[in-house]
Design a protein around this ligand. Sequence first.
Ligand code: SAH
Ligand code: SF4
Length: 363
Amino acid sequence: MQKEIIMTDKIELIGLSKEELAEAIAEIGEKPFRVKQVWQWLYHHGVTDFEKMSNLSKDLRAKLAEKFTITRPKIVAEQISADKTHKWLLEFADGQRIETVYIPEEDRGTVCISTQVGCAVGCTFCHTGSQKITRNLTAGEIVSQFLVARDAYNEWPTPTDEVRHLSNIVVMGMGEPLHNKENTFKALKILSDGDGVAISRRKITLSTSGIVPHIAEVASELGCRLAVSLHASNNELRTRIMPINKKYPIEDILTACQEFQRRAGSCKYITFEYLLLNGLNDSLENAHELVDLMKKYKIDAKFNLIPFNPWPGCDYQPSSKNRAMAFSKELGKFGYAAPIRVARGQDILAACGQLKSKKEQEK
Ligand code: SAH
Ligand code: SF4
């Protein structure tokens, strides 16, 4: 719990597990039934002011305010694109900044959250990867990104599943979640808790560049969906665009994916993200290599083909429309769904890390 304590000696409540909250409540001499009440105020009603906790006595509210804090990150910048994609640049107590994005769709809405400031994986196509790693986010900082989005759409108290604008979470923002496993898992457990924010684990997808030792734990410790950033169909190519492939090559990743599927139950399907880079990884031969891999390792897979989003200083080219369509169709012929993701928020620098860079240049 030490980590959650900020400058003051007050304890930050956002990001404590239910067990840690119970400890904190016990330490100030309050009865266990208060734990659920406070939890609901934090995560069902979304209050940030102890005074609003109306089923607690005035004395207790004052006591809580004296011992604890409820903090949201500061919104440094905010943009809404023509297609309603909403992006926040958020700043934490130590001045570090990350991005959070909300992507509305017809029948649902997805909040894309970050897990680190920067990233140590260093994929050659990724803007965040070019920023190196500064630090991990705490569980509270990960949780609070979703809370900021809920504040913005005034989706408090937690609505029933059917009417939610913010229905899904993808851990696809800045950072490698499995390099910050403990805080990421803790945060996702808080966000999926039925007494609070209550996002079902089936509606949460964690995306990883393939940190082999932790892949199966996403099923057994968390039970959410898994996406793997594959981006290449053989090791030679993958190592070129994702140097981490030297450490965790394709065979090891797919073996870990088999174990994930053994443990996963109803969240078995794995989405493989595949960035389309013109003339580099988007030939029919590449598609056939992918099919062979999935068959060899007997993976229940679907592909998510991602148009490369260019940024200054990066030399890759996005695949042409024709090549992208042919690639998608070829995977389809072998029974693998492979939709090409629609690029969202193009007018607001929605590619991961770009709003942050723009603000830094302005500074
Ligand atoms: N680190 C994790 C999760 C965050 S990155 C991972 O790599 O899976 C999430 C996704 O952003 C990755 O699949 C990556 O392909 C995508 N991405 C990164 N840079 C991109 C770019 N320039 N254009 C399009 N997608 C990009
Ligand atoms: Fe890190 Fe993911 Fe970017 Fe690779 S794609 S550098 S793993 S954030």
